[in-house]
Design a protein around this ligand. Structure first.
Ligand code: FEO
Length: 160
């Protein structure tokens, strides 16, 4: 059993995971429109992963006999600032999610809610991995320079 305060916090976070999925889907769509299908694929997979995170929260709340409340998901942006902008925004978003997971963990510690602390440990580890993967991509994009990637992509489409 979890407290009503924890139930509310977990429901609010569930919404953030769904928003993350929606945001990355919007980024995938944007990448398709600027003809970066590789980045679009990456973002679609990321979007699916966020659905998986949301499912973990729902399962945990269900296991604890808590009420899952599906809140409205905010509309993500349509336009981004190129591939580098997409990944920079992803990094900023993941850093925000990390801070929110940490806040959840702090609340679980304050409440002496040991089960929720253990549940959140998977997410704490996952956030380190997610931030690293996105940060690495940002660094590679900065080193490569977007113009080189654009040229590479265009020239790669030449048939003869
Ligand atoms: Fe579910 Fe990317 O954090």
């Amino acid at each position: 059993m979890i407290s009503s305060n924890m139930q509310k916090r977990l429901n609010d976070h569930l919404n953030r995971e769904f928003y993350s999925s929606y945001l990355y889907l919007a980024m995938a769509q944007y990448c398709e429109t600027i003809n970066f299908s590789g980045f679009a694929t990456w973002m679609r997979v990321q979007s699916q992963e966020e659905q998986g995170h949301a499912a973990k929260f729902m399962q945990y709340m269900d296991d604890q006999g808590a009420t899952v409340e599906l809140q409205a998901i905010a509309a993500p942006p349509v336009q981004f600032r190129g591939p580098l902008g997409v990944f920079e925004e992803t990094l900023a978003h993941e850093q925000q999610i990390t801070a929110q997971i940490n806040d959840l963990y702090s609340a679980a510690v304050t409440e002496k809610d040991y089960a929720t602390q253990i549940f959140l440990q998977w997410f704490i580890t996952e956030q380190v991995e997610e931030e690293k993967s996105v940060r690495d991509t940002v660094e590679v994009l900065k080193m490569s320079g977007e113009h080189i990637i654009v040229m590479d992509h265009r020239l790669g489409k030449r048939g003869s």
